[in-house]
Design a binder for this molecule. Structure first.
Ligand code: MN3
Length: 198
């Protein structure tokens, strides 16, 4: 059972002007597709081929002999989760139970933004920043390269990709501007809340 590239949850130009169709064409059309193709090549003919993407990740997390498979599998998962973490006309404020939890954990939306931006901006090199549930508590973390909460027993609620390929065409080297744009215009709080309450 080959792993497939999932459809984007919106049109390729739907996040413009914040994230351009050009970025999506490369980031989704080339990078995400390449992780899918690489993964399928690496698991072909092995017993991982019959597993779901999440099972592949959990099965080989921490196995130093399978780093290449882990990196590609994790990047397939991370990118699908990232596309859903954004929505046209996103941003704004969380609602309901998640809003209450953010208030408890970070003092409110501004406290969340400050910590999330710091995690995303200070991740050296390539990686991801995340809002996660860890032992029932909200936490903001960052991971390097392909690493992800699923490999550490945490539940992902929201993510931003801070690999340069995510922002260089639209923001050049200005990662902080990309992070602000993500938080102010793109965050899909409905997705985060659905993950929080499921
Ligand atoms: Mn990426």
């Amino acid at each position: 059972m080959a792993i497939e590239l999932p459809d984007l949850p919106y049109a390729r130009d739907a996040l413009a002007p914040h994230i351009s169709e050009n970025t999506i064409n490369f980031h989704y059309g080339k990078h995400h597709q390449a992780y899918v193709s690489n993964l399928n090549g690496l698991i072909a003919g092995t017993d991982l081929e019959a597993k779901s993407l999440e099972d592949i990740i959990i099965t080989i997390a921490g196995d130093d002999s399978k780093t290449g498979i882990f990196n590609n599998a994790a990047q397939v998962w991370n990118h699908t989760f990232y596309w859903h973490s954004m929505t046209p006309n996103g941003g704004g404020a969380p609602k309901g139970a998640l809003a209450e939890a953010i208030k408890q954990s970070f003092g409110g939306l501004e406290g969340f933004k400050e910590k999330f931006k710091a995690a995303a901006a200070t991740r050296f090199g390539s990686g991801w920043a995340w809002l996660v549930l860890d032992g029932g508590k909200l936490r903001i973390i960052s991971t390097g390269n392909a690493d992800l909460p699923l490999a550490h027993g945490q539940k992902a609620l929201l993510t931003i990709d801070v690999w340069e390929h995510a922002y260089y065409l639209d923001f050049q080297n200005l990662r902080p501007s990309y992070i602000d744009t993500f938080m102010d215009h793109l965050i899909n709080w409905d997705f985060a809340e659905a993950n929080f309450t499921s």
